[in-house]
Design a protein around this ligand. Structure first.
Ligand SMILES: Cc1cc2nc3c(=O)[nH]c(=O)nc-3n(C[C@H](O)[C@H](O)[C@H](O)COP(=O)(O)O)c2cc1C
Length: 210
């Protein structure tokens, strides 16, 4: 248990990678750990796209840059520099040898079982619950993947910033309709060792209702 806590505490988001390939056997091991995650009714509502083509990764980064620039042109002049600096973090997957895109799909199982008389609020909540559950499960799988990468000496980072260009990315990746991106996860041998990041004190984020 101490080892697991130590692993979780020492994981960092790594955004700079050595010019060294990651063996496919290792990538498969990360994905095997990812899919050990729990999911609603064990539906495993995730898929993982493993992108290693430099051209495709560059095209993804271009789409994200274009979307960021488009949005930046509508940010107030005072906020623009900060937004552009922030947007720089949306393309930090660009230099990674492997980019894993985790996608999710919420299936309407319960939503299909209810009759037409169910009030709209309840219907909306059931649909949101099923959709959000798929995203939550996929996020859990991504965390498994991040910890697995860290345990193996690899560097990785979860990224949702690239989703400013979600539609373009889905097209570039050939994702079928109905699936959404949960996270873009660059993976590589670390070329940086980021300092520890602070966490809010537990008492600031936990409420006990005894
Ligand atoms: C849902 C989510 C989205 C994130 N999106 C990005 C991103 O787009 N670009 C990026 O560089 N880092 C991204 N991060 C990494 C965070 O910046 C990082 O987790 C946070 O600063 C804490 O640092 P640590 O992971 O090293 O502890 C994201 C993290 C999460 C959980």
């Amino acid at each position: 248990m101490n080892d697991l806590s130590e692993l979780m505490a020492s994981r960092r988001s790594v955004r700079a990678y050595a010019d060294r390939p990651v063996d496919e056997v290792l990538v498969r091991a990360l994905l095997a750990d990812a899919v050990a995650a729990p999911s609603p009714s064990n539906a495993q509502p995730w898929r993982f796209l493993v992108v290693t083509s430099r051209e495709r990764i560059a095209a993804m980064a271009s789409a994200v840059r274009e979307a960021t620039a488009r949005i930046a042109s509508h940010v107030t002049p005072e906020g623009r520099a900060a937004f552009v600096a922030y947007g720089d973090y949306f393309v930090r997957f660009e230099a990674a040898p492997v980019v894993i895109v985790a996608i999710h799909r919420g299936r309407r199982v319960l939503g299909h079982l209810v009759d037409d008389a169910l009030p709209g609020d309840d219907r909306a909540r059931i649909e949101a619950m099923e959709r959000d559950s798929a995203l939550a499960a996929t996020a859990m799988a991504v965390q498994n993947l991040l910890l697995s990468a860290h345990a193996r000496g690899l560097g990785a980072s979860p990224m949702t910033g690239p989703m400013v260009a979600a539609d373009q990315l889905l097209g570039l990746l050939g994702v079928p309709a109905g699936w959404g991106i949960a996270a873009v996860v660059p993976v590589g041998w670390p070329a940086e060792h980021p300092s520890p990041t602070a966490r809010k004190p537990l008492d600031a984020v936990v409420t006990w209702l005894r």
